[in-house]
Design a protein around this ligand. Sequence first.
Ligand code: FPP
Length: 222
Amino acid sequence: MDGNGRWAKKRLMPRISGHRRGLESVKTVITQCQKLNIPFLTLFAFSTENWLRPTQEVDFLMSLFQDSIKKESSSLIKNNIRFKLIGDRKPFPKKLIDKIKDLENLTEKNTGLTLSIAINYGGRWDIVNAVNEYRKKNHFKKPFTQKNLIQNLSLSFAPDPDLLIRTGGEKRISNFLIWQFSYTELYFTETLWPDFNEKAFTSALIEFQKRERRYGKTSEQI
Ligand code: FPP
């Protein structure tokens, strides 16, 4: 969800106003996914590297996440959304960890959209963490397999993403779901995240529909 800072700067506003406006785009995209019966939406909200930003911005983002979880809980439940948080929770205050766990438990049985928010997430962290999670339960008696890894990644409850949308003009993966993106279609747009509306989302989906997904096979085989 890139471009919040630039969106604000263009309007001579502080970067945090961009993040606040970005939250509106988050709501728009969730609504669109529900309308279109898209079963999984995973949003990259804060990376393991984002701690390096100015303290004021980091603090603002953390309170925005916390407030959103509090304010939107009932709406998530009402809308049959299954909520997940992926990322390293260790540095979060215990109160927040408990709140996240409560919301995950409360929405676990929901059958609509699975909404995963990546906070303090890094693809490299996820892979090493999965190996350690496996190690806690097993002792590498048998050869370690891809299945062993997949079952311990933080997105183990979801299929690999079909489509990655990156806004704000950057054409990188930036340590997001590096394992899961092996066959994901990549879509990059100059649109800044706060401007990413229903029309922009539809354009991304139309572009995705035109892609031929061969998974290593030839055109004739699929
Ligand atoms: C990247 O844009 C955006 C972020 C680091 C924060 C994303 C947060 C939100 C969209 C707010 C709400 C989200 C949830 C899930 C409650 P940037 O700051 O790097 O912008 P720039 O590229 O223009 O500098």
